[in-house]
Ligand binder design. Structure first.
Ligand SMILES: [Zn+2]
Length: 640
C-alpha cells in the first residue's frame, strides 16, 4: 500500500522541533507506565486475534518497532511515549472482583465479578476481539456466565462487539440484561447511520487504518493503538437508564448509574459500585485531552456540560472511590489521586471552553484563538492532560462552532467562490502554478510546512493532476505528521501524504452500515436514512403516500413524497395511500442495504403490497448509493 521509497526522513527543522518539545517534558515521571502495567495477569497470546477463517483482525506484532526506549526521530517524542504506554495488553486485575481487558482493541472491556457471573462494561468494536477478550478472562477466572452487559455510551468501540459476548437468545431467555444510557439507540442512529459514509471515510484519516504501521506510518490512535477489524454488531438494550442517578442491583451488586448526556457522546453514563469503591467514568476522563469534535466529524460536544458532569461525579462519588476505571487506557488508584485527576480533567475541558469564549467575546476568529490558546502550566505539564487525541487547537475551533457556527461573521466568507473556482483565481493571481511551486519549495526548505500545505491546496484544487504539487504537498504533510503530538493529527497528515502520492485506496465494495446496526436502530432512523438518499431529480414532480406495516412488531409508518422530499410519521397510516407495504423489519433493512430487491422480496412473499407496487419499487430506484472512497485532498471529478 505504501511505497516506502517515497517516504522521507525527518528534516532538520522537524528534528529541532521534536527535540525542543522533548526538553520541556518530564520523562523521569514513570507513574503512567507503572499504572499501565499494574495488575497484569497475562498478555494476548501471540499478540494477534484472528477470525475462524484465519483473517487477522488484531495484530500487535506490527508495532514491534516501538519496543525499547530509544527515540525515533520521525515520531513526536510525547506521542511516542503514549504509543508505548498503549502497548500494554491482555488481562489486568484492577482490584478485588474488578478486571480489565486492554490492548485488544481501541477500547477496554471492564469485567466485574457478580454473585453468579460477570457484568461486562462495554464490549469493544467487533465480535472477534470481544470474544477473545472474554476467553482470555475465562482462561484465568473460570467459565463464568455473562449476566449483564453495560454500554457506557453510543460509540461503536463500546458496543460493536456485543455478539462476541452475548446472544439475543440468552437475553430473550432472561439470562442476561443489557443496560444503556438514555437516548443510546437514537444516538447510535444519529451519529453513525445518517452521516455514516463520510464519517467512515474521514475516520481513515483520524485513525490511519490504511497506513502501514511503522516509524514513518501509523504508531497509535491516542485512545489506543487503532480500532480492531471484524464483525460489528449490536444487541439492543433491555434496560435504559433515564434518571440522573439510578440504582440497580445487578448480579447481586449495587450499581449507581450516573447519566452524563451531551458529554463525550450524546448518550453516556458513568457508574459507581459502592461495595467495591470503584468509579467507572466511561470515556469522560481518560488520561489525555479528548475531542470536542473529532476529525472524523460529529455534532460538536459541549465541554461546559462535560466539565460539569466531571465535577458532579467527584462530588457524588469522589469521597467513596478507591479506584477509577475508564474504558480506555489504565486505571487510577487511590482516593486522593482519583479526585486530583478528575479535578484536573474538569478544569482541562472548562479552561479551553472558557478561554475560547473569552477571546470570542473580544472578537477573535477561530484560527486566531487556536494559534494562541494554551493550557496553564499545571495542566500542560501533566502527561494525562496532553493532546494525544483532541488538541487545544481544534477543540477551541469546535467551541467557536458550537456558539457561533461555521461563519466567522465576515461577509467576505459568507458566500465565497467554491474551492475549485477560487483556487483557479488564486493561482492565476499568483502568477501560475510554477510560480507558486517555486516559492513553496523555498518555504519548504525553511521548514514552513503549514504554509506549504495551505498554499498548495489552491494549486491542487486548480489542477489535481499537478504531480509536482502533489509530491511537495505530500512532503509537507509528512513532516507535519512527524512533528504532531496528537495521534489523530499525525494519522491525518501521513495518510494525506499517502493519498497524494498513491491516490485514494480502492476498497472492495462492502456496505458501510452493517445490516446488524440498521437492525438495532429505531425504525424512524431507517426512514430518515431512506430520505437522505433521495435524488431530487428522480423524484421531480412525484407525489404519493405509502403506508408501511412492520409485520413483526407493532409499528406503522406513513411515508410522504412531496416537493422532492421524503418525510414520515410514525404510528400513522394515510387515508388514501398509493400503496400499503407489509413486511418484517429485517426485510426492510435488507432492501435498504441492497441485499434483497423489492421484486425478490415480493416473489418470496416476505413483502406484500396492496395497491401500486411500482410506487414501492420506484421509491428505491430514486435512492442514491454512496461511494465511500471519495476524494478529499483533491476536488474529485464532479467538481472540476
Ligand atoms: Zn471509545
Amino acid at each position: 500500500m505504501t511505497d516506502e521509497k517515497q517516504q522521507k526522513p525527518a528534516s532538520a527543522q522537524t528534528l529541532a522541533a521534536n527535540t525542543a518539545l522533548a526538553e520541556k517534558l518530564d520523562f523521569e515521571n514513570r507513574r503512567d507506565f507503572e499504572n499501565a502495567a499494574r495488575g497484569h495477569v497475562a498478555s494476548l497470546e501471540g499478540g494477534t486475534i484472528a477470525t475462524g477463517k484465519g483473517t487477522k483482525v488484531w495484530d500487535l506484532n506490527e508495532y514491534g518497532f516501538l519496543d525499547g526506549e530509544d527515540d525515533i526521530d520521525t515520531i513526536n517524542p510525547s506521542l511516542l511515549r503514549m504509543a508505548r504506554l498503549n502497548m500494554a495488553n491482555g488481562l489486568f486485575e484492577v482490584c478485588d472482583r474488578v478486571w480489565q481487558v486492554r490492548g485488544l482493541d481501541l477500547a477496554n472491556m471492564t469485567i466485574i465479578e457478580g454473585d453468579t457471573g460477570v457484568i461486562l462494561i462495554d464490549c469493544m468494536t467487533t465480535a472477534e476481539v470481544a470474544a477473545a477478550g472474554l476467553a482470555l478472562y475465562r482462561k484465568h477466572r473460570g467459565d463464568r456466565p455473562v449476566k449483564a452487559l453495560i454500554y457506557t455510551h453510543s460509540h461503536v468501540d463500546h458496543y460493536g462487539g456485543a455478539k462476541g459476548v452475548l446472544t439475543q437468545d440468552l437475553i430473550d431467555d432472561g439470562q442476561a440484561q443489557v443496560f444503556a444510557p438514555d437516548g443510546f439507540l437514537e444516538a447510535v442512529g444519529g451519529e453513525n447511520v445518517l452521516a455514516g459514509n463520510p464519517m467512515t471515510r474521514r475516520a481513515q484519516f483520524q485513525f490511519g487504518g490504511l497506513l502501514r504501521k511503522g516509524p514513518r506510518g501509523q504508531v497509535d490512535a491516542g485512545l489506543g493503538k487503532i480500532t480492531a477489524r471484524g464483525t460489528v454488531g449490536l444487541l439492543a438494550p433491555t434496560h435504559v437508564v433515564v434518571e440522573p442517578v439510578e440504582r440497580h442491583v445487578v448480579d447481586g451488586l449495587n450499581v449507581d448509574f450516573h447519566l452524563a448526556p451531551g458529554t463525550e457522546a450524546p448518550a453516556e453514563m458513568h457508574m459507581f459500585f459502592p461495595e467495591l469503591g470503584v468509579l467507572n467514568m466511561a470515556e469522560n476522563a481518560t488520561p489525555l485531552l479528548h475531542n470536542f469534535c473529532p476529525l472524523r466529524g460529529s455534532e460538536v460536544r459541549d465541554p461546559r456540560i462535560w466539565s460539569h458532569f466531571l465535577a458532579d461525579a467527584v462530588e457524588r462519588f469522589g469521597a467513596r472511590t478507591e479506584v477509577l476505571v475508564c474504558q480506555h487506557h489504565w486505571p487510577t488508584w487511590g482516593r486522593q489521586e482519583v479526585t486530583d485527576f478528575l479535578e484536573r480533567q474538569r478544569d482541562l475541558y472548562k479552561h479551553i471552553h472558557d478561554q475560547t469564549v473569552r477571546l470570542m467575546n473580544h472578537g477573535w476568529r477561530p484560527a486566531e484563538i487556536a494559534e494562541v490558546l494554551d493550557l496553564p502550566p499545571s495542566l500542560r505539564e501533566d502527561w494525562r492532560m496532553r493532546g494525544y487525541y483532541g488538541t487545544v487547537s481544534h477543540n477551541s475551533k469546535a467551541v467557536f462552532q458550537r456558539y457561533l457556527s461555521w461563519y466567522d461573521g465576515n461577509p467576505a466568507n459568507l458566500n465565497p467562490l467554491p474551492p475549485v473556482k477560487a483556487a483557479r483565481k488564486y493561482v492565476g493571481y499568483m502568477g501560475g502554478a510554477d510560480e507558486v511551486l517555486a516559492k513553496a519549495r523555498a518555504d519548504f526548505d525553511k521548514g514552513e510546512y503549514r504554509w506549504v500545505a495551505q498554499v498548495l491546496y489552491h494549486v491542487l484544487f486548480a489542477d489535481p493532476n499537478n504531480q509536482q504539487a502533489r509530491h511537495l504537498a505530500a512532503d509537507a504533510f509528512e513532516q507535519l505528521g512527524y512533528q504532531a503530538e496528537s495521534a489523530t493529527w499525525r494519522n491525518a497528515y501521513l495518510y494525506a501524504a499517502q493519498e497524494l502520492r498513491h491516490g485514494v485506496v480502492k476498497l472492495p465494495p462492502r456496505p458501510v452500515l452493517s445490516p446488524d446496526l440498521l437492525g438495532a436502530v429505531a425504525t424512524t432512523t431507517l426512514f430518515d436514512f431512506i430520505s437522505v438518499r433521495l435524488d431530487p431529480e428522480k423524484a421531480l414532480g412525484k407525489r404519493w403516500q405509502i403506508n408501511w406495516r412492520m409485520t413483526d412488531r407493532d409499528e406503522t409508518v406513513c411515508q410522504t413524497l412531496a416537493n422532492e422530499t421524503l418525510t414520515h410519521i410514525m404510528d400513522k397510516q394515510a387515508a388514501s395511500p398509493v400503496a400499503t407495504a407489509s413486511l418484517p423489519r429485517e426485510v426492510l433493512v435488507g432492501i435498504i442495504v441492497g441485499k434483497i430487491s423489492v421484486a425478490d422480496a415480493l416473489k418470496t412473499g416476505s413483502l406484500s403490497i396492496d395497491g401500486d407496487a411500482d410506487a414501492v419499487t420506484g421509491l428505491f430506484a430514486m435512492l442514491d448509493t454512496f461511494e465511500m472512497q471519495f476524494d478529499i485532498l483533491t476536488p474529485g471529478p464532479e467538481h472540476l
